[in-house]
Design a protein around this ligand. Structure first.
Ligand SMILES: *Cc1c(COP(=O)(O)O)cnc(C)c1O
Length: 380
């Protein structure tokens, strides 16, 4: 080992993956790809076997999130980043308001700011480590923020902004590192969208969105108007939400998906539903997260980064270390012992550890991790 600290075997977690996305993929998910081998991999995504897989995912997500009456599950290629552009093209009519409190929430606001056919957004910002839900704002037709800001480990409430209903404004929530790990009432949103490589422990490349009837109506009306009149908006087929939705209803995607990602996702949703669904997976994440926060609070060299304990994420846990403990050295030493991806978000630039405690991660392994961190810090 490069730095000479070898953690005793019996202290190590059974699995050393603590990434905040891509995150741990369970062995059974990998096995599902092997088992499905020649019956699914390398076969047409327009034929029944892969379409059945997509159907199982859509039904499984509807179950998992207790999907409100009239809501639909849509999916497509490109991940949550693609959905930001889809939302700019098909869900924001003229102007949106954003909460911006970290890298990911800022990215969506920046996309809307750069769309030439949208008015400059109203952006409500706050310091990293805190959150900011947009204020009620006159003249906006969409309110947007992230349920969990993955770059800082902050979670924000998901509750419609006062007056947004009367205003006819949609609520578009980035649930990427929250969906499956944090409790949510989907009826408080019009689009709750996410990528599969975080709490769903699959691979990247797809987006999923739970859409309200109002969101679907909005997309049809914007896309119809754009087709009929030259209002300066171009909606590429790849960014058309109605096209994605119509493909989803047929258990397909507009263009070819990664079938392996679908297999991983389908296996994970069945695993989570089989164990007790959203209540089970969110309780499991809460337990894991609390283990790390409790450890940090009682540690003499670490403390939770997020001051407001109610805003501390249950899926991405951030912990500041004292300046005389070099976090990058700790991360490196953990990695040389097989414990991966515990570094803070690079652009945040803090002396910090960031630990993904998604449903796939065993709470016992999280406990073991805290012991390993202490072991390493004592010896560096
Ligand atoms: C990871 C992440 C994204 C980006 O997801 P991609 O699949 O890489 O597009 C967006 N928002 C949040 C909150 C994330 O954690």
């Amino acid at each position: 080992m490069s730095d000479g600290v070898t953690i005793p075997q019996d202290m190590l977690p059974s699995d050393g993956r603590f990434g905040s996305g891509p995150s741990k993929i369970r062995h059974e998910q990998i096995q599902a790809i092997v088992d499905a081998g020649s019956s699914l991999m390398g076969t047409s995504h327009r034929k029944p076997p892969v379409r059945r897989l997509v159907a199982s995912i859509r039904e499984g997500l509807a179950d998992f999130f207790s999907l409100p009456e009239g809501y639909e599950v849509a999916l497509g290629n490109g991940g949550a980043s693609a959905f930001w552009d889809i939302a700019c093209a098909c869900l924001i009519d003229h102007r949106a308001a954003f909460g911006s409190y970290g890298s990911f929430s800022a990215k969506f606001a920046n996309e809307a700011a750069s769309a030439p056919f949208l008015e400059a957004p109203a952006v409500y910002t706050s310091e990293p480590g805190t959150y900011r839900v947009p204020d009620p704002t006159e003249g906006v037709d969409a309110y947007c923020w992230a349920h969990n800001e993955t770059s800082t480990g902050v979670s924000a409430p998901v509750e419609r902004v006062k007056g947004s209903g009367a205003q006819g404004a949609l609520t578009l929530i980035d649930g990427t590192s929250a969906a499956g790990a944090l409790p949510v009432d989907v009826s408080q949103t019009d689009a709750y969208y996410f990528s599969p490589q975080k709490a769903f422990g699959a691979d990247g490349g797809l987006w999923f969105a739970l859409l309200s009837p109002e969101a679907v109506d909005r997309a049809y009306s914007i896309e119809d108007r754009t087709r009929r009149s030259a209002d300066g908006r171009w909606i590429p087929a790849f960014l058309s939400l109605t096209t994605a939705l119509e493909n989803s209803r047929k258990e397909q995607t507009l263009n070819t998906p990664a079938v392996a990602t679908l297999i991983l996702m389908e296996n994970q949703i069945r695993w989570m539903n089989g164990n007790g669904g959203l209540a089970w997976s969110t309780a499991r994440c809460a337990t894991s997260a609390q283990t790390v926060y409790d450890w940090a609070e009682s540690s003499d060299y670490a403390r939770p980064f997020v001051a407001d304990s109610a805003a501390r994420s249950h899926s991405v846990v951030t912990v500041d270390l004292d300046q005389d403990v070099d976090a990058s050295k700790v991360v490196e030493t953990l990695a040389s012992n097989g414990i991966r991806d515990t570094a803070g978000y690079r652009k945040l630039g803090r002396n910090q550890l960031r630990i993904g405690v998604f449903p796939s991660v065993d709470p016992e392994d999280v406990k073991a991790l805290t012991g390993c961190i202490d072991y390493v810090v004592e010896r560096l």
